[in-house]
Design a protein around this ligand. Structure first.
Ligand code: EPZ
Length: 491
């Protein structure tokens, strides 16, 4: 297993391009099960979760068709050629619970699906009762056998209906994507009330519409789907990853840096940008410089023109996209609010804020750990409340090992800002907690070793290389090699 060794205290500066969104790409790739025509997806990030999804789809008869020579990295071409196996086995689902998003497409297209129950994970219970509620409402016959969900479509097929899909904690992202996919091939009209409004749901709806689905209201709590008899192939560019973008914004802020983010989905990030601005971080839209961007694309990953929608304007336009400041001016023609160029800088002293995670458009739970790391260095007391996953605080004990002053009371953590964090060996536990620990290590005095960074590789592509390109001192080291070095050092 790998460890990140970080020598903290360096200001990050420079330019980084935000990759396609993991959480948009996963249900989008699964949607290829809804047709036997080719589906081509651009700007798919090279992540472990994505590789696992591609492996699962291949097992389900939806394999990658020959990549064209003109294909750049990040282009995935899928086509379903065999619909005889509709079983998503436990050994894959347990490593990536997002495999559950194959349930709706398999059921709707093939009339049968067997998907392992994902079980919980380190951030808490991960039930799927809402997924099953929605699919049963469409007429699916669902039983649970030996840890698997067995779903069948009755003789008359799935029938559109009105479904309330809200749970105790509000809406469900992948529950909404499952029901939206299934309803796309149901007979009649489906209304999903209390649908998840996340941008990733909107991205999937845009692909489904390109495949021939009739969907309106995606991004609002009420989605209306007119079922159609079949869906066709399509080509689609995944939206940029708002959680990766927020993570890099906080990397700039926590090191008092000066960073430009290209391909940044600011329109999907108004809540995190608002709270970053409240904490004294400045997020300003600037004109994307095509030539410069071409130089910052990840090495070895030339991009097809379609994956970057650059505005033609080269005049520099500085307008804050967050709260306060002048209105966010476009950067010349073709300003795509999901693919903007922003510059992140900070006041020297960060201000304390109180934030609660909520379903979109509220503050995203996936940025809670990263934002907490930043607030550890803010002036005064901050309060972070987690409303989505009750156990999503595994990073609290590890941040405390680095000198953070944190007190947890149930779903709330009270943070007393300190002047500096101190580097220490810490343990990553889940994807976003790992990111929070890396950010803390970038700011800490001394050396931080973040162990088990395989968690991080699930959601961040070559994180250490991209941080190094921004001036960080960070290296990926095999844990055994590091242990041997440490033993040698003390003996
Ligand atoms: C998606 O998970 C994301 N994953 C998560 O990101 C994200 O944290 C989460 O949405 C919330 O935004 C992907 O998109 C692959 P939910 P999902 O169903 O859909 C409860 C990351 O770090 N619930 O929206 O599985 C659930 O317990 C990952 O990238 C039920 O009660 O989450 C939670 O409290 C982590 N019953 C709340 O709803 C259900 O049937 C939201 O969960 C489903 C969910």
């Amino acid at each position: 297993m790998d460890t990140f060794v970080i020598d903290g205290g360096r200001r990050l500066s420079g330019r980084v391009r935000i990759n396609g969104s993991k959480n948009a790409a996963l249900p989008i790739l699964a949607a290829a099960l809804l047709t036997t025509e080719p589906v081509t997806i651009h700007d798919v990030p090279a992540l472990d979760d994505i590789a696992n999804m591609i492996r699962l789809l291949a097992q389900l008869g939806c394999g990658q068709v020959a990549q064209g020579a003109e294909d750049s990295a990040g282009v995935i071409r899928l086509q379903t050629t065999d619909e005889s196996i509709s079983h998503a086995p436990y050994e894959i689902v347990r490593t990536m619970r997002a495999s559950i998003c194959t349930l709706g497409p398999l059921l709707a297209k093939r009339g049968y699906a067997r998907v392992s129950l994902p079980g919980g994970c380190s951030i808490g219970e991960r039930p799927v009762d809402l997924h099953l509620r929605g699919l049963r409402a469409l007429g699916a016959e669902i039983t649970l056998e030996a840890g698997d969900i067995i779903a069948r479509v009755p003789a008359g097929g799935l029938k559109g209906t009105t479904i309330f899909l809200g749970g105790a904690n509000g809406s469900t992202v992948l529950g909404t994507t499952n029901v939206m996919c299934a309803a796309s091939l149901a007979k009649g009209t489906t209304i999903i009330e209390c649908a998840a409004c996340e941008p990733e749901v909107v991205d999937l709806a845009k692909l489904l519409i390109k495949m021939g689905a009739k969907i309106s209201g995606a991004g609002s709590p009420r989605i209306v789907i007119e079922g159609v008899t079949q869906l066709g192939g399509a080509t689609y560019v995944v939206m940029p990853d708002r959680i990766e973008a927020g993570t890099f914004m906080i990397a700039a802020a926590i090191t008092n840096g000066d960073m430009i983010l290209d391909n940044c989905p600011t329109d999907a990030m108004l809540a995190p940008i608002y709270w970053l601005e409240a904490a004294g971080v400045h997020v300003q839209q600037v004109a994307p410089l095509a030539a410069t961007i071409a130089n910052t694309l990840p090495a070895g990953r030339p991009r097809g023109g379609s994956s970057l929608s650059l505005s033609s304007g080269s005049t520099s336009t500085n307008g804050s996209v967050g709260g306060g400041g002048s209105g966010g001016g476009g950067a010349g023609g073709g300003d795509d609010p999901l693919r903007r160029c922003v510059r992140v800088t900070t006041e020297r002293v960060l201000k304390s804020v109180d934030v609660t995670t909520q379903p979109h458009p509220g503050f995203p739970t996936d940025l809670q750990a990263q934002f907490m790391a930043l607030l550890c260095l803010a002036d005064g007391n901050s309060v972070v409340t987690e409303r989505i996953f009750q156990d999503r605080f595994l990073h609290v004990a590890e941040l405390s090992r680095m000198g953070a002053k944190l007190v947890r009371q149930g779903s709330t953590v009270i943070i007393t800002g300190v002047r500096n964090l101190v580097g220490a060996p810490v343990m990553a536990s889940d994807l976003r907690a790992s990111a929070g620990l890396v950010l803390a290590g970038l700011a800490a005095e001394g050396t931080t070793c973040v162990n088990r960074v395989y968690h991080l590789d699930r959601g961040y592509e070559r994180m250490e290389e991209r941080l190094r390109s921004l001036g960080a001192s960070i290296a990926r080291v095999d844990e055994k090699e590091l242990a041997a070095k440490n033993i040698a050092a003390v003996s």
